[in-house]
Write a protein that binds this ligand. Structure first.
Ligand code: SF4
Length: 349
């Protein structure tokens, strides 16, 4: 896996926040409740670099991806695309849509079932300005990039004629058609058979290494994040609770929630392990004040119930959002750990 590069980040998010207001019916009146889906998230996506965001359902990772794709408008925060600040409340432009593409979890829902694969690939090309004479060639080239060879075998098929893995490759090919710099992959393997997951992960890693794409890989499976990612970020209840470069976070987790996530990975040698751990996951409760993980945390202290912890540096490029590290010698840090360019690393042109 490659070292992260510093300049330029293809896409940066600064203090991205999204709150939703819901209505809770009471006995006489309807009350309003604010759901803090994403809170103060900052990250950088670099070319040739996979950033994994890990968390369980409700952690805000998909809302984060949709804010980065500009499908969901942030409540506050900033986006910077290739050094240019993006007015987050303005309409998404075609240029932004071409540069930042989103691949969704369920390929059966994201590819139109009534059209041939050709239609799903050629339509975005036409929308983004390709002419009629070249779309077929470009569509077939996109299929080849995701290893659906020969493309003639797939281009005139209907979605129901393909397997889940093949259809997810079509979904990725559709995203690649418009030559994006950033690929946001929202749980791209979670709906697939275990036997084809590795193929999709290797495809994403190959696109990152060979074509210098910046990839955000969203998952609830921390083992797959360890396999593919250059940087791993763990989210809980809308906040980043731990992040690290390389595999440090998985090999030496410092936040109690990350430790819980890792303990939930099924142990093939212990058939009872998965069931008992699932019960822990069922008690999803979020504190409104202090550390959001406090109701589930076996190490919760008084300060945890009153004050939200800052991010503490617990290793090189490794931060933890937990009061347990308040005595660490390093000072608390505010945002992402610094990244650096690998010597001699070519830049994308
Ligand atoms: Fe647990 Fe406190 Fe750390 Fe939160 S800040 S994870 S409650 S020890």
């Amino acid at each position: 896996m490659s070292e992260p590069t510093l300049f330029p980040a293809q896409l940066s998010a600064r203090h991205l926040t999204r709150h939703f207001t819901t209505r809770v019916p009471g006995r006489f009146l309807t009350a309003k409740r604010v759901v803090r889906a994403v809170e103060d998230v900052s990250l950088d996506l670099f070319e040739g670099h996979v950033t994994a965001v890990v968390g369980e359902s409700g952690s805000g990772k998909s809302v984060l991806a949709r804010m980065l794709a500009r499908i969901v408008t942030p409540t506050s925060g900033e986006l910077v695309l290739e050094g240019t600040p993006i007015p987050v409340r303005s309409k998404r432009t075609l240029d932004y849509a071409a540069k930042v593409q989103l691949v969704l979890q369920d390929p059966y829902a994201s590819i139109n079932p009534v059209h041939r694969i050709r239609h799903s690939l050629e339509r975005p090309l036409l929308i983004h300005g390709a002419n009629n004479g070249e779309v077929e060639t470009l569509a077939k080239a996109a299929l080849s990039r995701v290893s659906l060879d020969p493309p003639e075998r797939f281009v005139d098929r209907y979605p129901h004629e393909l397997s889940g893995g093949q259809l997810q490759r079509v979904s990725i090919a559709r995203a690649l058609c418009v030559k994006p710099d950033v690929l946001l992959a929202d749980e791209p393997i979670s709906m697939l058979d275990v036997s084809v997951r590795l193929g999709i992960l290797n495809l994403l890693r190959g696109l990152c290494d060979d074509e210098r794409l910046a990839i955000l890989y969203i998952t609830h499976d921390i083992a797959s994040a360890r396999y593919i990612a250059d940087e791993t970020i763990v989210m809980y209840a809308g906040q980043i609770v731990e992040r690290s470069r390389g595999t440090a976070l998985v090999d030496d987790p410092t936040h109690p929630y990350t430790q819980l996530l890792i303990s939930s990975v099924p142990d093939p040698s212990d058939p009872t392990s998965q069931d008992s751990r699932r019960i822990e996951h069922a008690t999803f409760e979020v504190a409104q004040v202090g550390c959001r993980f406090a109701p589930r945390c076996p190490f919760a202290m008084d300060v945890c119930r009153t004050d939200d912890p800052p991010n503490f540096m617990v290793g090189e490029g490794h931060t933890s959002h937990c009061w347990l590290h308040a005595s660490e010698p390093e000072a608390a840090v505010e945002v992402a750990p610094p990244t650096r360019r690998r010597e001699g690393e070519p830049t994308k042109t």
